[in-house]
Ligand binder design. Structure first.
Ligand code: KG4
Ligand code: ZN
Length: 351
């Protein structure tokens, strides 16, 4: 079965054709340059760019797959979660194609698709599995009975891991999106990842939620200095010393220490979820932050300790792409799932 996937939830316009879990083509048009000067995604700019990119991207994905539109068996589309104006562009294109070709339309949850990306071009995943999505918008642990039966075990109560990476990159003046830049800096030779002892949020083992705003604020204070405490009536104001100069060496050590603390939190909660909700037959890590070098290494080591396979998507399918949408769409198609042309764009994930 050939499934076309369409993705436009945030700042990537993407289309892909899969045959089961095998990727025949995957095209991604990123808008990073358009948003870079604002330090984050501007929704209106994103929607307009999606409109410009959607037809060329779909056309190319179909051509690269070596097929014709009529060969497609279904059209899958990421319809949640995301920026509604952005989602609507991909969703409208998918509806038009499904209707005009007379093929089923299948709505896919983008967050869940980040996990099934781990099966693309690889072996099927063994279920039940423990899934961790670490992206720019989500940090969530799931118990997965199958690709489509997910129970949420815990999630971030503030920033997502990728969001914290992006904000720390902005504080360090590195650029956007910041995750890969912080990762690269943290891996420079001679870097000390113990130079700073940043907080690891929600340490208690029985709490499967995450918190990354504390570590982010700790980095901010390290770079810009702590705010002076309020002056009490009749007391001298307390003026804290300015922070040391932000040398290249200090930047590297901050990046590496931040990365160590974020990964420690992700590992700790994953291990706790495993102990509490297992046994599982595999551990899946997906989403943009699953491209992180330290996280991939430490999760692989965790899998070895637990004696289970760790499934992480190939690098190109960690960050947003449409192959993951088509891949989960293919699973849903096989299980008889169909959506109507009234499918809506939804800002939140299904669970
Ligand atoms: O999954 P994704 O492409 O978009 C969302 O669904 O949110 O994830 C994007 C996030 C960004 O925050 C980006 O900085 C982060 O993934 N990211 C990384 C790395 N590559 C991308 N974070 C840490 N290390 C990386 N190597
Ligand atoms: Zn994503």
């Amino acid at each position: 079965m050939l499934v076309l996937g369409i993705e436009s939830s945030c700042d990537e316009t993407a289309a892909a054709v899969v045959e089961g879990a095998r990727v025949r083509s995957s095209v991604v048009a990123t808008q990073h340059d358009l948003h870079a000067e604002y330090g984050g995604v501007v929704p209106e700019i994103a929607s307009r760019a999606h409109e410009e990119h959607i037809l060329p991207v779909v056309t190319r994905a179909v051509r690269d797959a070596g097929v014709e539109l009529q060969d497609l068996d279904a059209i899958a589309v990421g319809h949640r979660p995301g920026l509604v104006g952005s989602l609507l562009v991909g969703l409208s294109a998918a509806k038009a194609l499904a209707w005009s070709l007379g093929r089923p339309l299948i709505g896919v949850d983008h967050v869940h698709a980040h996990l099934t990306a781990a099966a693309l071009d690889g072996e099927p995943i063994a279920f039940p599995a423990l899934g961790l999505v670490v992206s720019g918008g989500h940090t969530t642990l799931y118990a997965m009975a199958s690709e489509t039966e997910l129970t949420r075990l815990g999630a971030t109560i503030d920033d997502a891991a990728g969001e914290a990476y992006d904000k720390v990159a902005a504080i360090l003046g590195l650029g956007h999106p910041g995750g890969p830049l912080v990762d690269r800096l943290a891996n420079e030779p001679g870097t000390d990842d113990r130079a700073f002892d940043f907080p690891i949020g929600l340490m208690q083992k029985d709490n499967l939620n995450f918190s990354f705003s504390g570590v982010k604020t700790a980095v901010l204070y390290e770079v810009r200095g702590r705010p002076n405490p309020p002056t009490l009536p009749g007391r001298e104001p307390i003026v804290l010393p300015p922070p040391p100069e932000l040398t290249e060496e200090r930047k590297r050590d901050i990046a590496a220490s931040f990365q160590r603390c974020v990964c420690a939190a992700l590992l700790r909660k994953t291990e706790a979820a495993w102990a509490r909700h297992g046994p599982f037959r595999s551990l899946i890590v997906g989403g943009g932050v699953s491209a992180n070098s330290r996280l991939r290494r430490e999760m692989t080591e965790l899998g070895e300790r637990l004696g289970v396979p760790v499934r992480v998507p190939p690098m190109k399918y960690c960050v947003d792409n449409a192959a993951m949408i088509a891949g989960l769409g293919a699973v849903l198609l096989e299980r008889g799932h169909r959506d109507g042309l009234d499918l809506s764009a939804v800002p939140t994930t299904a669970c």
